[in-house]
Design a binder for this molecule. Structure first.
Ligand code: SAH
Ligand code: SF4
Ligand code: F3S
Length: 394
C-alpha cells in the first residue's frame, strides 16, 4: 500500500523530473511523481521552480547517456545559485555508473537505480534534513506492489507488465541495469488498468522488454495472451497496445489473439536488429532471418493490414558490406511501416563490448543514412497506398 500522505500545509515542495530513454522510464517517472504527490508534494513547472530535480536516465546507447550527463552538468550553476535545491540522478545510468556519477557530477545529491524507485521520496526527504549524499544502487529488484494512481496523461497511458529482461542480447545493457525478468502479478496489473480506466483513461499500452515471455517466471499458467484477454474484458478500456515483442518468443497464438480481440491495436513492434544470420547469431538474438520472415508471413495471414514496425542496429561488430546488404534487402522485402535505426554503440558490461567496435564511424553513418532513406521511401509509398484505398471511386 502507498504510504500515508504527509501534508506540507503552507508551501508544498515541488519536484521536477526530466526523463530520458524508453516508455519504461516514462512510466517510472510518472510513478515517482505519484509517490511524491501522495506525500503532499507538487509538480514543478520547470527546474527554476523546483525544490528537487531528478534526471531519470537511460544507458542503452552512449549518446543518450552523455546527454543526461551534460544536461545535469549544466545544473551546477543553478545549484551554486540555489544550494538548497536537491539534485538526483536516477534510472539506468545511475545503476550502471553508481559511484562514478558523483565523481563526474559532484553537485548531485542522490544516485538511485531503477530498483530503488519506491524509496526515492524517502531519500529526498532525508536529504532535506541531512545533506549527506546517497548512492542507492546494486539492488536491481523492486518490489511488485501497487502503484500510485497519478496519471500524467489521461488519454493514453502505460502499465508495466514485467521488469527486467532475461535475454542478454550481446549488445544490450538492459539486463545489467534492470535485472532479470520479473513478471508482475496479474492481479496488480488488472487493478492498475481498472484504476486508470476509472480515471477516464481509454487507451492502455502494456510495457515489457519482452512481453511475449510474460508469465514464464510466474509458473501459474499465465501468459501474455491470457493477460491480453483479461485487460480486454475491462469495460472502460477502448484501445490496447503493447511493446516490445521479441521474435524468438512471438508465436502464431499471439496473432490469433490480436485478430480476435477488437480493442487490440493491429500493430506489432517486432525488432529485427539485422538481416544477416551471422550478425543475429553474434548478437545472440535466438532467431534467423528466415524465422523472422516466417513470422511476418504468419502475421499477415491473420491480420493482412497489420502495422509492423521494427528496430535495426547498423555497424555491429563484424558487420561487413554483405551483412549490411542483407539487412537492406530484408527491409525492402518486408516493407515496415516504420523503423527505428540505430548505430551500434558498445555498452560495457554487455558482452559485445569486449569485441572490437570495428565498423568505422563513417561506415556506420553511411549505412544508417541508407536505411533511413530506404525506410522513408517505403513509409511514403505505404501512406500513399493507404490514402488511395480510402479515396472514393471515380
Ligand atoms: N527489449 C526491446 C528493446 C530494447 S532497447 C527489444 O529487445 O527489442 C531498444 C532498442 O535499442 C533495441 O531494439 C536496439 O535496436 C537498440 N539498442 C540496444 N542496445 C544498443 C546498442 N548497444 N547500440 C545500438 N543500439 C542499441
Ligand atoms: Fe536488451 Fe535483448 Fe532484452 Fe531487448 S531482449 S532488452 S535488446 S537484452
Ligand atoms: Fe529503457 Fe534506456 Fe533503461 S531503453 S530500460 S531507459 S537503458
Amino acid at each position: 500500500m502507498p504510504e500515508k500522505s504527509k501534508t506540507y500545509e503552507k508551501s508544498p515542495p515541488k519536484v521536477f523530473i526530466r526523463t530520458f530513454g524508453c516508455q519504461m522510464n516514462d512510466r517510472d517517472s510518472e510513478i515517482i511523481y505519484g509517490l511524491f504527490m501522495e506525500r503532499g508534494w507538487k509538480i514543478a513547472e520547470s527546474v527554476e521552480d523546483a525544490d528537487c530535480i531528478l534526471f531519470n536516465t537511460c544507458s542503452v546507447r552512449h549518446h543518450a547517456e552523455q546527454r543526461a550527463y551534460s544536461n545535469m552538468g549544466m545544473l551546477a550553476k543553478l545549484k551554486r545559485r540555489r544550494p538548497g535545491v536537491i539534485l538526483g540522478f536516477t534510472g539506468c545510468t545511475a545503476e550502471k555508473d553508481k559511484d562514478v556519477v558523483i565523481k563526474r557530477l559532484p553537485h548531485v545529491d542522490l544516485v538511485a537505480g531503477p530498483g530503488e524507485i519506491y524509496n526515492i521520496p524517502d531519500y529526498i526527504e532525508g536529504l532535506m534534513k541531512n545533506r549527506k549524499k546517497i548512492v542507492a544502487a546494486g539492488k536491481l529488484e523492486r518490489p511488485d506492489r501497487e502503484n500510485p494512481s497519478y496519471r500524467g496523461n489521461k488519454t493514453g497511458t502505460y502499465v508495466s507488465i514485467s521488469e527486467g529482461c532475461d535475454n542478454f542480447c550481446s549488445y544490450c545493457i538492459v539486463p545489467y541495469v534492470r535485472g532479470r525478468q520479473r513478471s508482475r502479478k496479474k492481479e496488480l496489473i488488472i487493478e492498475e488498468v481498472k484504476s486508470a480506466s476509472e480515471m477516464g483513461v481509454k487507451e492502455i499500452t502494456l510495457l515489457g522488454q519482452n512481453v511475449n515471455s510474460y508469465g514464464n517466471d510466474l509458473k501459474d499458467g499465465q501468459n501474455f495472451m491470457t493477460l491480453l484477454e483479461e485487460v480486454h474484458a475491462i469495460d472502460g478500456i477502448k484501445r490496447i497496445r503493447f511493446v516490445t515483442s521479441h521474435p524468438k518468443d512471438t508465436k502464431e497464438a499471439l496473432f490469433q489473439t490480436m485478430r480476435d480481440l477488437p480493442k487490440v491495436y493491429k500493430h506489432l513492434h517486432l525488432p529485427l536488429q539485422s538481416g544477416s544470420a551471422k550478425i543475429l547469431k553474434a548478437m545472440k538474438r535466438g532467431y534467423s532471418p528466415e524465422h523472422y520472415l516466417g513470422l511476418i508471413d504468419g502475421l499477415r495471414k491473420y491480420i493482412p493490414d497489420c502495422n509492423i514496425t521494427t528496430d535495426i542496429i547498423v555497424g555491429f561488430h563484424g558487420e561487413e558490406d554483405s551483412d549490411f546488404e542483407e539487412t537492406y534487402s530484408i527491409m525492402k522485402k518486408i516493407g515496415f511501416d516504420s523503423a527505428y535505426i540505430f548505430k551500434y554503440s558498445p555498452r560495457p558490461p554487455a558482452e559485445s563490448s569486449r569485441l572490437a567496435d570495428d565498423v568505422l564511424p563513417e561506415v556506420k553513418k553511411e549505412r544508417h543514412a541508407r536505411l533511413l532513406e530506404l525506410q522513408k521511401e517505403i513509409s511514403r509509398r505505404k501512406r500513399d497506398s493507404r490514402r488511395n484505398e480510402v479515396l472514393p471511386m471515380a
